[in-house]
Ligand binder design. Structure first.
Ligand SMILES: [Zn+2]
Length: 179
């Protein structure tokens, strides 16, 4: 995918990410940079709830909001808190490949049957639940969604640097997204 720019050495970092918490995140995770000590958070990370992803970052370094598809449309109070009270000025928005929030409708039967069998829901509630929420949580395409979500968040929080990043589950590496 042409829009994914790997970080294999510090020279690969986009210039505007260097010497920022975004660059530090990429160096900790991809380049095994040794951990600095933090007493205050420097970064807000928005990433998918998916279990395949684990970040290598120091203690206290980041607030993390995890949400299906790294969709932060329904997490704004938490973002505002991290900025206003937590004093972070940088946000990394991390999408990933093979995200379950793409083409949700194809998993409708699995979702409804699962709620009925495992959670004890009535089928009508489960159907209604799916049909109500699936359009809100569907992201379409992982890369396009992260790029548009980054744009949206920049308009909403103009004082904050928002970096669209991508986690590839096969190699567990973070990639920069070309905009
Ligand atoms: Zn996902």
């Amino acid at each position: 995918m042409k829009r994914l720019v790997p970080v294999i050495s510090a020279d690969d970092l986009f210039p505007h990410y260097r010497n920022t918490p975004i660059g530090q995140l990429l160096e900790y995770h991809n380049l095994q940079k040794s951990f600095d000590q933090y007493t205050l958070a420097r970064l807000l990370i928005g990433m998918c709830m998916d279990n395949r992803k684990h970040l290598r970052i120091p203690e206290n370094f980041a607030y993390i909001i995890r949400s299906g598809g790294a969709n932060l449309r329904y997490s704004e109070f938490k973002i505002s808190y991290a900025i206003a009270v937590g004093d972070v000025r940088h946000m990394a928005l991390i999408g990933h490949n093979n995200c379950g929030m793409v083409n949700l409708i194809s998993r409708k039967k699995l979702f409804v049957d699962g709620l009925v069998e495992k959670a004890g829901w009535q089928r009508e509630w489960a159907e209604e639940h799916f049909m109500h929420f699936a359009p809100m949580f569907e992201i379409g395409n992982e890369v396009d969604f992260i790029l548009s979500e980054a744009k949206r968040l920049r308009l909403r929080y103009p004082g904050i640097m928002v970096a669209p990043l991508f986690y590839q589950v096969e190699d567990n590496q973070l990639y920069q997204l070309q905009e």
